[in-house]
Design a protein around this ligand. Structure first.
Ligand code: ATP
Length: 509
């Protein structure tokens, strides 16, 4: 018997605590106090992340005839980032608090005038949250009470700091000190991490850690065309680390400074129906997320308004996910025209064209770019898979069961092999033999410690889809069957080794 809480109800504290407790994710350099915006993936986390990455690579590259893979270097020629526009324009608006030395992303710092009987009597500010307007309203009410101002308070009108007038900036309180006068006007802050290549540390040796993997695909476009026997339309895909010096990394691994991207550039003919192709990729990406177990109810689409697109962009649609802290971008699918290849052709002097046999003309292909962060998928997966249930056993005892309803495709452990008793050699020997055989193909776990119910619960909490118990029936009755216990339904049935392998073959791909 079980009763689930809705997955959306899970809090970030619960997810962060589970990640730490069960070894999914740790703070980077924790023994030194941590480093903001950097994370380590522990023994279970690294398996889950690898499974997400492998599923993407298999579905995106190996199981398609029109996409090939690439692994380009993290540090590229600095001219790449000049041509791509990142040196000049990969910026976020930054606001400094001169008193506290804190820095804020201007579009995440909100303010409102406090208006009483039509008069502005002061300002309040709040960092973006699930309830920014509510926090501003509470602060405005507190201000009015504290200053004993009579009259009717108007509802707050939240704006972010990029919208603040010059005369307002000095009047807006810093979130760090609560006092006005210390915030600066927003200025552009370049998010690329700089480093130096070679022994010299002068301007000539400056290089950057890549802020996206995409430029590797553009810069190697000709190499792939000339060697890969690819024909339009085709894609080049890459998985790898990217680095952004985010002003305010937050929401755990959602916005970090070092993260992993899975990106694909799909090159099409300049006359191709780009809108149709764009739409097809949006659908492909959404279906892929469903295939690794994200619930449709948590996904939505956001089309960027035309006026906010970069001049070269024809359209961008984001697949959004309902995280505990709000609906946020998970996967961006952009139609980028031929901007990137043209930029690199102009900057390098090397044409990035393809010859069209039909028209006997050369042209620069256009591109559709689905770009997603592995870590954001990881977080979405955990948030939607987490459930706490009240379960009642045969004796009528009720307890809370924590369960991660992970898809078998990505679960870090596929099967736990459990001998019923640890001091019965016949049971442990059979269990060990099965464990060793499964291990050749799958991530499996052997556990002989503690009551069987407790061992099931431990596996539930890390999302193991199946437990196999080697019991007396296995060794005493003909047929060599085991008890297969299913995580979500908690039902049990008898299964042979061949049936177990067939089940895994079908569900883990
Ligand atoms: P955002 O608006 O959230 O900063 P973005 O639009 O700048 O994201 P893109 O440049 O389109 O993001 O990057 C593609 C994908 O990379 C994003 O959809 C996201 O999944 C992931 N990503 C981007 N920045 C980060 C980050 N700081 N931490 C983790 N993942 C990120």
């Amino acid at each position: 018997m079980s009763e689930s809480t809705a997955p959306a109800a899970v809090s970030m504290e619960t997810i962060v605590a589970l990640c730490k407790r069960r070894g999914f994710i740790f703070q980077s350099s924790e023994i030194y106090g941590g480093l903001n915006g950097f994370f380590d993936y522990g023994p279970l986390g690294v398996e889950l992340k690898k499974n997400i990455r492998d599923c993407w690579w298999n579905d995106m590259v190996r199981r398609r005839d029109d996409v090939v893979g690439l692994e380009s270097s993290i540090i590229m020629h600095p001219k790449v980032w000049e041509a791509s526009g990142h040196v000049a324009g990969f910026t976020d608006p930054l606001v400094d608090c001169k008193a506290s030395k804190q820095r804020y992303r201007a579009d995440q710092l909100f303010f409102s005038p406090i208006v009483v009987d039509g008069q502005t009597v002061g300002y309040v500010s709040a960092l973006e949250s699930e309830n920014t307007a509510g926090e501003l309203q509470t602060a405005a009410e507190a201000f009015k009470r504290k200053k004993a101002i009579q009259g009717t308070l108007a509802p707050v009108a939240a704006k972010d700091m990029t919208e603040a007038r010059e005369d307002e900036i000095a009047l807006i309180p810093s979130p760090a000190t609560g006092e006005p006068g210390s915030l600066t006007a927003p200025r552009s802050f370049n998010m690329m991490f700089q480093t130096n290549v070679g022994a010299m540390t002068d301007a000539s040796s400056v290089a950057y850690l890549r802020p996206e993997t995409a430029q590797g695909m553009f810069v190697d476009f000709k190499n792939v065309v000339d060697t890969g026997r690819v024909k339009l339309p085709f894609g080049i895909a890459q998985i790898g680390k990217s680095f952004r010096n985010e002003i305010t990394p937050r929401n755990f691994i959602f916005r970090s400074r070092e993260f992993e991207q899975m990106e694909m550039e799909y090159f099409i003919h300049e006359d191709a129906d780009w809108a149709k192709c764009h739409q097809e990729w949006i659908e492909w990406c959404k279906n892929w997320l469903l295939s690794i177990g994200l619930p449709e109810s948590h996904l939505s689409l956001y089309a960027h308004p035309k006026e906010k697109l970069a001049f070269y962009s024809r359209g961008t649609v984001d697949i959004m996910f309902s995280y505990p802290f709000g609906v946020q971008e998970l996967w961006g699918i952009a139609a980028r025209g031929n901007y990137d290849l043209t930029q690199h052709a102009n900057a390098s002097g090397k044409p990035q064209e393809i010859f069209d046999e039909a028209t006997k003309k050369k042209f620069v292909p256009h591109v559709i770019e689905p770009a997603v962060g592995t870590d954001r998928i990881f977080l979405a997966v955990l948030c939607s898979a987490y459930a706490e249930e009240q379960v009642t056993d045969d004796k009528g005892n009720t307890e809370t069961r924590t369960v991660l309803r992970l898809s078998p495709r990505i679960a870090p452990v596929k099967v736990a092999v459990l001998p019923l008793l640890k001091n019965k050699e016949q049971l442990t020997a059979r269990a060990h033999a099965l464990y060793k055989k499964l291990q050749r193909k799958y991530a499996v776990f052997y556990d002989e410690a503690g009551a069987i119910g407790r061992r099931y619960r431990r596996q539930d909490e890390i999302g193991t889809p199946w437990c196999v118990t080697i019991d007396f029936e296995t060794i005493e009755k003909p047929g060599d069957t085991f008890t297969l216990r299913e995580r979500d339904s908690m039902t049990q049935k008898r299964i042979t080794e061949a049936e177990l392998f067939a089940l895994l073959e079908e569900q883990v791909y």
